[in-house]
Design a protein around this ligand. Structure first.
Ligand SMILES: Cc1cc2nc3c(=O)[nH]c(=O)nc-3n(C[C@H](O)[C@H](O)[C@H](O)COP(=O)(O)O)c2cc1C
Length: 327
């Protein structure tokens, strides 16, 4: 093993995250098949689920639910929840205990219209956030994390006081996505603003936003001073990115390199293993949209797969694409 540039383990509450690299919660992407693929490729320290509705969680059947299905290897695992005003949290928290959660993550940053409609995610008022965190804290002894954006406008004082309030109410780990509420992903993430939060908190902070390469990871850690990183789209484009970062920054063994097509078809095999037939193609289309970014002519892969009517057809289109691309 080579020496680690940064502390290799992040220890807080009852968790050890090693290395401190997390897969972001992403609807339609952060599911069991992608998680298993990332595990096989190495370098991952922590998983977050796709966001889950507190209202639906208690009745969702984990044997068939694509959102809850998970193998024991997908560990440590934080389930992300979103909460609407007036909702009873207790049945959902009780359910997460039965699902062997290692932690519970509260979605405070999602600006999606679906969450606007119900007053959840980034649309929760600060007072609702405070009472919600307090309610989760008194209902569980599991670690609680929260994921935020930087706020509605760049305002250091209110950002810092909001984050301190989260810490005071019992949040154990905070992920900061370095963008304002309304900002699109094409805008560069403000890693320096994550640093403003990190500086004043005693709990660990994960930095998120715009990390696609080892060099991005290095710079983000240097600029933000964060305790670890959370990657979203970068993990769908290059599921081996965690292994590369873990090797370069945390001194883990050099990962074995597999070809693009091998990794893509392994993902299809995992979709087949983990999901019923009607759940597979949509997830492959979503993944392919990102994976295609590895290639100069990747739009041929993504648009071909988007138009496929069956998983088999998508597989044949992808095989023809990779034959040309990889020679
Ligand atoms: C398809 C997609 C789905 C997402 N779903 C969620 C979600 O369920 N909960 C959440 O907190 N953030 C969600 N996000 C935001 C990501 O977790 C992350 O904050 C964002 O993509 C920025 O990180 P990145 O630049 O590494 O992708 C989603 C992002 C994408 C692209």
């Amino acid at each position: 093993m080579r020496p680690s540039v940064y502390p290799r383990s992040l220890v807080f509450h009852s968790c050890t995250i090693n290395p401190p690299l997390a897969l972001a919660p992403m609807v339609g992407l952060s599911h069991s098949a992608l998680r298993l693929l990332i595990l096989e490729l190495g370098g991952i320290g922590l998983f977050f689920s796709e966001m889950l509705s507190v209202g639906r969680l208690p009745t969702e059947n984990e044997k068939i639910s694509p959102f809850l299905c998970r193998t024991p290897e997908e560990n440590p695992f934080f389930y992300q929840i979103f909460v609407c005003p007036g909702q009873d949290l207790l049945p959902a928290i009780a359910r997460l205990h039965t699902l062997n959660a290692q932690g519970i993550d509260l979605n405070l940053g999602c600006p999606a219209p679906a969450l606007r409609k119900v007053g959840a995610g980034s649309f929760m008022t600060p007072e609702l956030v405070r009472t919600t965190v307090a309610a989760i804290r008194s209902a569980t002894s599991l670690p609680i994390s929260a994921k935020i954006r930087l706020g509605k406008t760049l305002d250091e004082k209110s950002l810092v006081s909001f984050c301190k309030m989260l810490e005071d109410e019992g949040i154990d780990l905070l992920t900061v996505h370095g963008r304002l509420h309304g900002e699109k992903f094409c805008r560069k993430a403000r890693w320096d603003w994550i640093g403003k939060v990190k500086k004043v908190l005693n709990i660990p902070v994960l930095a998120n936003g715009g990390i696609f390469t080892v060099e991005d990871a290095r710079q983000c850690l240097a600029i933000s001073g964060a305790d670890g990183l959370m990657l979203g789209r970068g993990a769908a484009i290059r599921p081996w990115i965690f292994a590369d970062i873990a090797h370069s920054l945390y001194g883990l063994a050099k990962p074995e390199r597999r070809s693009f097509s091998e990794i893509y078809f392994r993902f299809i095999a995992l979709l087949e293993e983990r999901f019923t037939p009607e759940r597979r193609l949509g997830r492959l289309k979503q993944f392919s949209h990102y994976y295609a970014e590895n290639f100069a002519f990747g739009h041929h892969l993504s648009s071909g797969v988007q138009n496929a009517k069956t998983l088999e057809e998508a597989g044949a289109i992808a095989a023809a694409f990779f034959e040309k691309a990889e020679g």
